[in-house]
Design a protein around this ligand. Structure first.
Ligand code: GLC
Length: 570
């Protein structure tokens, strides 16, 4: 939908700084893994279309689907060869139009994943670019002529050796690829590249998409002199943003994007990554700067990424409180605990043992749907899906795992340790097929799926949980209903209670109309919460992860292991 002159695009104010995109509950669908309608073992658009009523009944209000463009699939669609075509495995443009119409007719918004830090090496631009040094597309990518010697080292996430420069014989030059060799980085410094991207965005905005998720966006602006890195950064990928991203022109490019696209359509943009400081994050989303509307930072999902030393309740709440505080008065962030690049949230942050996983999943969903910020809920988490934890490298499909394995061998790493980490943190953990029922392929497909189904489909599946009033699924639906009805949970102030408590994460969300008290017991033992610390007189239990009625006992609330509650304070 194009806007008329009186509206102001993404930053159109609803009232009091309220914006429609702040009020969404976003459901992320990994299309390969959601539902196969053609019987080839791969999820597709028609599969999603067939499940639109399921999606609507979740109570989510927007859907973000990972890339569905034409792609050779080196990185499952994050390597795009045509930005205006649909990957045939997923369906056709006709299917896309039907999907978008089906979402909109159910009042659900659609967020398009846009991968423009890089293309596929099979994109026409790159094929032209690599063909000769004087091709008009040469300057669409970063090339380093070999006669200038080897370029300075840059990290690559998916390269078998971890190196981002790849020598290309045809023109005797190196090209840059921060991700795989088949994902060459676009040269945003070239205004023609930026114009191409804005045209692509307009193409999809004209079709009616409501938002863009800008993949790997903090990398688009680079120091193109490619200076030598300090020694310490050559060893440690965790500082990669400082030297590889958030370059000198990023804000200029974003303002251009805002002026060219975002201000002209009723769309919002969220960037993957929020720089390396609060200041970076603010600069990206400050409304007065007219750049992006939202960003998501990685600190939450990167929190203590260690097999032996997982994050504690204290780590979890101090991190989320820190981010909330920093955005309390200005700017807006996303809240998420999982996506297609992370393990399953219940395995990562709580406890996925059969004894506790149901309650632990409910607890994390309660957190996601009662925090300030726009929640992003990853498909399958609404039923509490867990890590599959493959043991053998042959079971993995993800380029990050497969090339990471080769790199570890190349670097003489301890392979037992490497496999242990992969089991816990691999991206394939969250990419296993959706568990619709307990049949052989979990109702995902009639044939063997592209990635193994988790055996716990027999006990964790939609069909079963639909029939159980207290299931993780129905609890999720109760939470979305509450959030959709209560602007207090969207905009209300957040206050942390009991900051030193090692097991309870308790906070309030308050505005002029309401106060909610949320208590999450992160431990596997019973915990007591003293209600006298609050000024209310009456406490009404609105949502309870457990069916037991342990509401109020002499001003004390006794919480069972992994119990979570949402209480209205009057
Ligand atoms: C982002 C995506 C990830 C992809 C990478 C390269 O981090 O989320 O899945 O592999 O970018 O496009």
């Amino acid at each position: 939908m194009t806007l008329n002159a009186t509206q102001k695009g993404a930053n159109r104010v609803v009232s009091d700084g309220r914006k429609w995109w702040k009020e969404q509950i976003i459901y992320q669908i990994y299309p390969r893994s959601f539902k196969d309608s053609t019987g080839n073992g791969i999820g597709d658009l028609r599969g999603i279309i067939n499940q639109l009523d399921y999606i609507k009944n979740l109570g989510v209000t927007a859907v973000w689907i990972n890339p569905i463009y034409a792609s050779p699939n080196d990185d499952n669609g994050y390597d795009i060869s045509d930005y205006r075509a649909i990957l045939p495995e997923f369906g056709s443009m006709h299917d896309f139009d039907e999907l978008l119409a089906g979402l909109h007719s159910r009042n659900i918004k659609f967020v398009m994943d846009l991968v423009v830090n890089h293309t596929s090496d099979e994109h026409y631009w790159f094929e032209q670019s690599r063909s000769s040094r004087d091709n008009p597309y040469r300057d669409y990518y970063h090339w380093w002529p070999a006669e200038q010697g080897k370029p300075n080292f840059r990290w690559s996430y998916f390269d078998e050796k971890g190196e981002a420069w790849k020598y290309d014989k045809q023109t005797d030059a190196y090209y840059l690829h921060y991700f795989s060799q088949k994902q060459p980085d676009l040269k945003w410094e070239n205004p023609k590249v930026r114009q191409e991207v804005f045209d692509i965005m307009k193409f999809w905005a004209e079709k009616g998409v409501d938002g863009f998720r800008l993949d790997a966006f903090q990398f688009v602006s680079k120091d193109t002199s490619f200076p030598d890195l300090p020694e310490s950064y050559k060893k440690d990928l965790s500082e990669v943003i400082k030297y590889h991203g958030m370059g000198p022109n990023i804000h200029e490019y974003l303002r251009e994007m805002y002026n060219e696209v975002l201000s002209k359509y009723d769309v919002f943009a969220v960037s993957e990554g929020a720089g390396s400081s609060f200041e970076d994050a603010h600069d990206l989303v400050d409304e007065e700067r007219n750049e992006l509307q939202m960003a998501y930072h990685f600190e939450g999902v990167d929190l203590k990424k260690s097999v032996d030393n997982p994050p504690t309740c204290l780590d979890f709440k101090s991190l989320h409180t820190k981010w909330d505080k920093s955005f309390a008065h200005k700017g807006w962030i996303s809240i998420f605990l999982a996506n297609h690049d992370c393990p399953r949230m219940v395995s990562r942050f709580t406890n996925d043992s059969p004894k506790y996983r149901e309650f632990a999943s409910k607890l994390l969903n309660t957190f996601l749907l009662t925090m300030r910020g726009t929640p992003y809920c990853y498909f399958g988490d609404e039923i509490g899906m867990t890590n599959i934890s493959f043991k053998d490298i042959s079971e993995y499909q993800d380029i990050a795992a497969i090339n990471g394995y080769k790199k570890a061998i190349h670097n003489n790493e301890d392979m037992t340790e490497f496999m242990r980490e992969l089991t816990v943190f691999s991206r394939d953990n969250s990419r296993t097929p959706m568990q619709w029922d307990d049949t052989e392929n979990a109702g995902f497909s009639d044939v063997q799926p592209w990635l193994k189904v988790n055996e716990n489909k027999n006990v964790i599946n939609v069909q079963l949980q639909n029939s159980m009033p207290n299931s993780v699924l129905n609890h999720f639906r109760n939470l979305t209903k509450l959030r959709n009805e209560s602007s207090t949970l969207v905009y209300g102030e957040y206050e942390l209670l009991l900051p030193e408590h090692e097991s309870l994460y308790a906070y309030t969300r308050t505005d002029d109309n309401n106060q909610y008290l949320i208590i999450l017991n992160f431990s596997n033992s019973e915990q007591v919460f003293d209600l006298s610390m609050l000024s209310g007189n009456q406490y009404e239990m609105i949502i309870n992860s457990h069916s037991v009625n342990n509401h109020e006992i002499n001003g004390e609330l006794h919480l069972l292991p992994f119990q979570s509650v949402v209480i209205m304070v009057v």
